[in-house]
Ligand binder design. Structure first.
Ligand code: ADP
Ligand code: ASP
Ligand code: MG
Length: 468
């Protein structure tokens, strides 16, 4: 069997965790499987790198040296704890130090320029993965697991949509097979960087935050792997985020569609694009816990064994704003909604949720907060004439809101679920700001104030999962 194993940031968070990863990989190799390992940056590293870049662009270099030293220490600690081979240790210490010197130089240039390009963001943002992979590969060798590393910039070919690049699957398939198959056939474990690709010209891109999961399935598809394993810090995909609701339970099996829906609506445990490369090939994905390797976790397949419940989970999308267009003169006017959508689409703003009151006196959109000011001014421009005649009275954004989605097959057609959701919220005095039909049959979405979001998730979970 060919297996791709991806380990997230907390799973490679320090030397002890990486030693544990080596044991998990060893167990897979000893089953006689060919293994590709995809690693994320050590936990917190990508945030630190991107934070330093942003500070530099804003003219703040005060912490740069300290950041560079902290990152260096974090990685040298792993080298010193796990790399026993003297030559390898010296070499890794030197390459890690010079990579972080280059990071410091790049931040200094951004400071001078006062502006960050998406290309520079990817060059810096990808560094965490590029630092840890050679170290971990050497640690595997020192632990007696024959391993070779290849940067994913030599495997995954992407478009040049920096910061959120998409793979070009045909080119990626060719390169990945050419680079990895000989290595696997030699009996080595192949280790590569998550999150990263490169354009046809070889310039580093990233697949979007949390994108290492996507890397694993892109490589899995390219190699026609038999299974993709996503090793994280919780027991699989659960009924909701266990950090918010400790009694959340593991979903033993879910479908590709359900996994996509849960992640799209905020279940951070897998990146929303993760299932795309493998769903068509019917490659199983397992979500497993590196802190509890014997737990069976979640299996994502085309036809999961049902558990008799239409509910799969409760998710939350944060950092979103509700933009409302309101006016009594909007009633009965044909094409209002279409104009609203075109106006926001012109600015490349995607609409996460949409609702229109039955009296047609207002239209609400939920979008990412970063795009809200732009959306409001674009809509004011679009409806300038209607605003002059007061047919449209105002356009405004309500920030600090959260979309909560109850996800599951046929949820909307199952009687009683919506009633239970709204009763649970009413009992806790939680105000529902808006309700919408989700983008599919599979969810019921509503909007609450950010300050009430965690309580809302707990109340809904308690009512419809725990007491089902
Ligand atoms: P990794 O670093 O391994 O990629 P992430 O932090 O990206 O891990 O994703 C795992 C986290 O996702 C968990 O620690 C958990 O808090 C969060 N999470 C949110 N929703 C869910 C859910 N429905 N099931 C499991 N975990 C979830
Ligand atoms: N290190 C990247 C991030 O923090 C990718 C990942 O962890 O999946 O977004
Ligand atoms: Mg992740």
């Amino acid at each position: 069997m060919k297996v791709v194993m991806k380990f997230g940031g907390t799973s490679v968070g320090n030397a002890e965790r990486i030693a544990q990863v080596a044991e998990i990989v060893r167990a897979e190799v000893s089953k006689g499987n060919q293994v590709v390992v995809v690693l994320s940056a050590m936990s917190g590293v990508t945030n630190t790198l991107l934070g330093a870049l942003k500070d530099a662009a804003n003219g703040n270099m005060g912490k740069l040296l300290q950041t560079r030293d902290e990152l260096l220490k974090k990685h040298l600690d792993v080298i010193n704890a796990l790399v026993k081979n003297q030559t390898a240790r010296e070499q890794l210490t030197s390459t890690t130090t010079s990579a972080l010197d280059r990071f410091e130089d790049l931040c200094s240039s951004i400071y001078v320029l006062g502006e960050i390009t998406p290309r520079a963001t990817d060059s810096v943002g990808s560094l965490g993965e590029r630092l840890i992979v050679p170290i971990a590969a050497q640690a595997f060798n020192d632990a007696g697991i024959k391993a070779e590393w290849v940067p994913a910039s030599e495997l995954i070919v992407t478009d040049d949509n920096f910061v959120s690049a998409s793979p070009l699957m045909q080119e990626t398939r060719e390169q990945t097979r050419a680079k990895l198959l000989p290595l696997l056939e030699k009996g080595n474990v192949a280790v590569t960087t998550g999150f990263i690709g490169a354009t046809k010209k070889g310039i580093i891109t990233t697949l979007g935050r949390g994108g290492s999961d996507y890397t694993a399935t892109i490589i899995g598809a390219a190699l026609d792997a038999d299974e993709v394993q996503i090793w994280t810090d919780v027991n699989g995909v659960m009924t909701t985020d266990p950090r918010i609701v400790p009694e959340a339970i593991t979903l033993p099996e879910i479908s590709y569609g359900e996994a996509a829906e849960l992640s799209y609506f905020g279940a951070k445990v897998i990146h929303p694009k993760t299932i795309l490369p493998v769903a068509e090939k019917n490659t199983p994905i397992r979500i497993l816990n590196s802190f509890e390797p014997s737990h069976p976790g979640t299996l994502i397949v085309r036809e999961p064994k049902g558990n008799g419940s239409p509910i799969r989970g409760i998710t939350a999308i944060r950092n979103v704003s509700l933009v409302t267009i309101e006016g009594r003169g909007m009633q009965g006017v044909v094409g209002m909604a279409a104009r609203v959508f075109s106006a926001v689409a012109r600015n490349n703003i995607s609409v996460l949720m949409f609702s229109q009151s039955s009296s047609e006196q207002n239209i609400c959109l939920v979008i990412e907060s970063s795009g809200a000011p732009q959306a409001v001014s674009e809509l004011e421009r679009e409806f300038k004439n209607e605003m002059l005649t007061q047919n449209v009275e105002r356009v405004w954004a309500h920030d600090n809101i959260v979309i909560i989605a109850v996800v599951g097959s046929a949820i909307k057609t199952t009687p009683g679920i919506a009633a239970r959701v709204f009763t649970a919220l009413a009992e806790k005095n939680i105000n529902v700001i808006a309700i919408a039909q989700g983008s599919s049959e599979y969810n019921l979405s509503l909007v609450v104030d950010e300050s009430e979001a965690d309580n809302a998730v707990r109340a809904i979970h308690h009512s419809i999962v725990k007491n089902k």
